[in-house]
Design a protein around this ligand. Structure first.
Ligand SMILES: *Cc1c(COP(=O)(O)O)cnc(C)c1O
Length: 364
């Protein structure tokens, strides 16, 4: 069976976690502090705040930025639902933008279009989807011109780069996920990074009951903390994340070399100047996607649709009045994308099997 994802847990990972479990100090302690320090070093940012997952990290980041009821926040419709739900948690309103057909990322043109007709927009959440950074040049220009806040949802993009700069260092604040299938994992977990001291201090309060000392609570906060054994796993994984990403990149190269000349399938596009870290290896298939999926499943190759339903078409958002929203590309992509296995635990043989299975399907 070739699975779609597989966490790579080494002996060192296990040792690190067991060490904390044996210490008796399970809640946030020196490993959380160490993981935060290592994470901010990795990104060359001033501050990092650990959280229980990326969804809570996003919520805290938006609150720290001052997003409140009455505000509107741009975000892609073609993403995981947590991105937009974090806006709802703040009582604010997500405004869905269309995506680019080639990069799958939020369309800078559509951001500009939405800004023309809407004066309530305070911020943009970018999602560096599948591990490819967004169109940072265009988006940074727009954000500056309209004085918007910029949040990066880097759940899928740790280590991704544009122009030699890491994802998570382009905006005011960025968040990460360490869910089991992400490029590095702590089972569940998240992180916030920022260069802004004031934002960092607010996030630190928000994830820990607004607590300023043992018995004092200054603002309404939450329990969004990470445990110390998760942080120990995170530290250990972070030390290998570049190697894990490089393996994904190599695997993607092999898949793309094997699949490049198929008229009915488009391999992922990596624009010049970008380092794509291939959280997902996602191809586009104009027709017959479901049949190909079944064909691959029969050969014990798992694949998946990220995402079959754009957010404005989800029942939750339809009930909230988004039923009439039309986003041509997001809707089209939802019908065309297919993610094939690309995780670091794949062997050359696995990759060859995936390539020949896809190719043999085309011959039928
Ligand atoms: C995984 C993911 C999330 C949610 O992360 P959790 O850590 O599971 O809360 C949010 N946004 C995107 C784009 C994701 O891929």
């Amino acid at each position: 069976m070739i699975t779609l994802a597989k966490p790579v847990i080494t002996q060192n990972d296990k040792k690190a976690v067991l060490g904390v479990l044996s210490s008796g100090k399970l809640s946030a302690g020196e490993n959380v502090a160490g993981f935060e320090a290592a994470f901010s070093r990795y990104h060359s940012t001033r501050h990092a705040i650990a959280a229980s997952n990326d969804t809570t990290a996003l919520h805290a980041a938006l609150l720290a930025l001052g997003i409140k009821p009455g505000d509107e926040v741009l975000c892609p419709a073609f993403t995981f639902i947590a991105t937009a739900n974090a806006v709802l948690f703040c009582g604010a309103k997500p405004v869905f933008c269309d995506s680019d057909m080639h990069t799958f990322n939020i369309s800078a043109n559509d951001i500009e279009r939405k800004l023309k007709s809407n004066k309530k927009i305070k911020a943009v959440i970018m999602v560096h989807l599948y591990g490819l950074a967004c169109d940072m040049r265009a988006i940074r220009r727009i954000v500056k011109k309209h004085k918007l806040l910029l949040i990066e949802d880097c759940a899928q993009a740790i280590g991704a780069q544009y122009a030699g700069k890491k994802a998570g260092t382009f905006g005011d604040i960025a968040t990460f996920s360490f869910y089991a299938t992400k490029n590095m994992t702590t089972g569940e977990g998240g992180m916030i990074i920022t260069d802004d001291k004031r934002l960092a201090a607010r996030c630190r309060l928000l994830v820990n009951h607004g607590r300023t000392s043992r018995f004092t609570h200054d603002i309404l906060g939450y329990n969004y903390r990470m445990t110390d054994f998760q942080a120990a796993l995170g530290l250990s994984q972070l030390s290998r994340v570049n190697a894990l990403n490089n393996k994904r990149i190599q695997n993607a190269k092999r898949l793309s070399a094997g699949l490049k000349n198929l008229s009915w399938l488009k391999t992922p596009y990596v624009p010049p100047g970008y380092k794509h870290v291939f959280h997902q290896y996602t191809v586009k298939i104009a027709q017959g996607r479901e049949r190909l999926m079944k064909y691959l499943e029969k050969q014990n190759i798992r694949c998946a649709l990220f995402y079959p339903i754009p957010l404005h078409k989800q029942k939750l958002y339809k009930k909230l009045g988004y039923g009439k929203v039309r986003l041509h590309n997001a809707e089209k992509l939802a019908n065309q994308v297919l993610s094939l296995p690309v995780h670091p635990a794949l062997s050359k043989k696995d990759l060859n099997k995936i390539v020949s299975a896809v190719k043999s399907y085309g011959k039928n």
